[in-house]
Write a protein that binds this ligand. Structure first.
Ligand code: VGL
Ligand code: ZN
Length: 253
């Protein structure tokens, strides 16, 4: 072991000319050397209202903030989504007299869970968690901005009528692989992942960097099963941190 370490050409990395080009090329190849395009990390709804003390606090929500920060260097492109509702949004129980939080109503063809008032545009609750590192973020996607319809997915509203523009953005940036983490596993992470598959991306959900609402017991487990059945790969943070291509990409930052 000692001998092997001694033999390791640790100086190789600094000797490479045109370092960024070399790293990009390696990072955009799979194990077999085939071109894969860029990898994007989508950090879903890492906002105050979904964290401890927030209006729609997801159990353990805060725990994924440091993970989001540690994951970022392993990706070519970083997207952050923000649930961004007007105060009169239809998903708030308070906007349906006589209805309570957690009740489920039918709005036209869609089932709608009624939530506490959360992530109201330009309020503290809608801001990103103060611990989240934002300096590498390439694009912020706002969703749920239309008061008449909810939008769990980072790509489309719940009726699939309006796109947020995220698919076009990712395609323009030559992204093939989308990695998703954040809040909440059983809502925004789930629907973002399913839409990403539908949009033709290779989708990986970083399971231990997500937390769920678990309105009913088993919701998180069912959400993960639905994602897997749709073709989503489930991994852990350690898989990313241990991947050789990622380590190379990290070294370039
Ligand atoms: C979410 C419920 C309501 C989420 C957003 O980010 O998962 N959940 N709005
Ligand atoms: Zn919402």
């Amino acid at each position: 072991m000692g001998a092997r370490q001694y033999m390791q050409p640790y100086h190789v990395e600094v000797d490479i000319p045109h370092e960024p080009l070399y790293f990009v090329a390696i990072n955009q190849c799979d194990e077999g050397g085939a071109m894969t395009g860029k990898k994007a990390l989508i950090m879903v709804d890492l906002q105050n209202d979904f964290c401890m003390g927030g209006n729609l606090a997801v159990p353990g929500g805060d725990e994924v903030i440091p993970l989001a920060n540690q994951l970022q260097p392993y990706f070519d492109l970083i997207i952050a989504t923000q649930d961004w509702h007007p105060h009169d949004h239809m998903s708030f129980a308070a906007n349906h007299p006589g209805r309570a939080v957690g009740e489920v109503i039918q709005v036209e063809e869609l089932v709608q869970v009624l939530w506490p008032v959360h992530c109201v545009q330009d309020t503290k609750g809608a801001e990103f968690h103060p611990g989240l590192d934002l300096h590498r973020v390439n694009k912020i996607i706002h969703k749920g901005v239309n008061k008449h319809i909810d939008s769990y997915s980072a790509f489309f509203d719940n009726a699939h009528l309006r796109s947020t523009g995220l698919s076009d953005y990712l395609r323009d940036e030559q992204v093939n692989d989308v990695y998703i983490m954040g809040l909440a596993t059983d809502y925004c992470v789930k629907y973002s992942s399913l839409d990403a598959v539908h949009e033709g991306f290779k989708v990986t959900v970083i399971q231990d960097a997500c937390r769920g609402v678990e309105l009913s017991q088993g919701d998180v487990r069912a959400a993960l099963a639905a994602m897997r059945d749709a073709g989503v790969t489930l991994v852990a943070c350690a898989d990313i941190f241990n991947s050789s291509t990622a380590r190379i990409s990290k070294a370039s930052r």
